[in-house]
Design a protein. Sequence first.
Length: 312
Amino acid sequence: MSYAERFDQTKKTEFKDQAKLAADHNESKLRGAVTEQACSGERSAPVLYYDSGKAQRTEGRVPSNRDTPANRRRRWLKFQPDFDSGEYIDSQDKFQGMSDFQSPLMMHHLGNIKRFIDQDVIIAGMFGDAFEGQLGGDTIALPSSQVIPATVQAGAGTSATGLNLQKLKASRKKKALHKHDLDAEPIWIALTAEQIDDLSNEIELTSADYRREAGPQFSSDGKLTMVWNHMFIEYQDLPTKEVDYGAGPQLIQRIPTWLKSTVYLGVWKDVTSDAYEDTSKGGRPLYMDHRANMDCRRVDETGFDEIECLIG
């Protein structure tokens, strides 16, 4: 009896339950730090973003109704093909692994989906183009004004540096000057182990007064988790680029900082798992499939900054 023939309804229900548990154990590291919007249909979905304003005091004994329509902008989440990970079930080990959410088989494929969401959807979307206008026809690249150069540092130095407190101060100040309420939501920052080391070493060398001002927070195991309103997410697969600051090209890490309210994740299809006979193949083998469909974009550039950091 083939594996497809042994895969009855009871086995299928068990597989889907275990796949859901495996997905829960392979959650995206970045998904909780962006705003989600459910999307449907095979077309792009709009996001209405309202600019902030301020009320005015009425005048006269019988004031007329004030007509102050909100200035709203329409950003677009782009419908794209699914992303998936799967394989043919052609051994007893694989067949048994379908019934165990902790099996290497399950963890491998759901881990592939998680990494795609983080790296190819969320990170790529934050650094990539945004789309505005009635039908998303206006393309908006990340403005250079939202890039904090690698040369930002305390004192008069002009060489590229790793992550430092001055860069975090600049990120915080830029968002505050655009009137984002930093008491209402933290600034999120994705960074690698190297940037955490850079910052930890600098905090150890600064004065106690400066440390109190920056407000560093540490986890129970001593890991740095927050500085200058920035909540840390350690993520090793951030993009890089080469930049010449006058001494030849240098490898630079691109560090994203953002407010949850200004980055949207459109979800057309959340992570789903299925298994079925592949009728296009001889012998109709059993195929296991995991897939999702999402897109991520900035909706307000003033709530996002890229910090350039020298690597090494």
